[in-house]
Design a binder for this molecule. Structure first.
Ligand SMILES: [Fe+2]
Ligand SMILES: [Fe+2]
Length: 161
């Protein structure tokens, strides 16, 4: 489990931390350019900001709370305080996984119709392919957490209460 957590942090969290700011910057550039559908750009930006904030908090909770607690429990260490809140947080995290995927689907739909002039076709395509890559990586990332890490974490946490 420790190894899987390390792999997720290195591979998937690292990817999100590089790609979220890069795509946000690209979106800002597009939004301030002429020849884009401003309504769609504003909606993508609103969704993007909310998702970025949620994901950043989610990654911190995994790295600073969930993964370390699980590593300690797995090593047979005593973890003092009750972690009912961690169990609830774990369930909430799975809801967040689904929400992030839906938000990315919506952003991709909007990004597909963002360019209103031929000059903007290229940057808008970059944004779209960046969002597609983000969603594809998130699917792999979430699959590892939902089907392997979380069930194991739940077992360890439940053994504690
Ligand atoms: Fe994660
Ligand atoms: Fe997660």
């Amino acid at each position: 489990m420790g190894q899987m957590a390390e792999h997720i942090i290195y591979r998937h969290h690292g990817f999100l931390r590089r790609e979220l700011p890069r795509l946000f910057q690209l979106l800002e550039h597009i939004r301030q350019s002429q020849g884009v559908d401003l309504e769609k750009a504003a909606e993508i930006e609103k969704i993007f900001q909310a998702v970025k904030q949620k994901i950043e908090k989610h990654l911190c909770d995994e790295e600073e709370l969930l993964f370390p607690i699980c590593r300690r429990l797995e090593a047979g260490e005593k973890v003092e305080s009750p972690h009912m809140d961690m169990i609830a947080r774990l369930q909430e995290m799975e809801v967040e996984h689904g929400n992030a995927d839906r938000a990315l689907t919506r952003m991709r739909e909007l990004a597909g119709g963002l360019a209103a002039s031929p000059e903007m076709a290229h940057p808008c395509r970059d944004l779209l392919s960046g969002l597609e890559a983000l969603q594809a990586d998130l699917k792999v990332h979430v699959e590892k957490e939902n089907t392997f890490l979380h069930p194991l974490a739940l077992e360890l946490l439940q053994g504690l209460v």
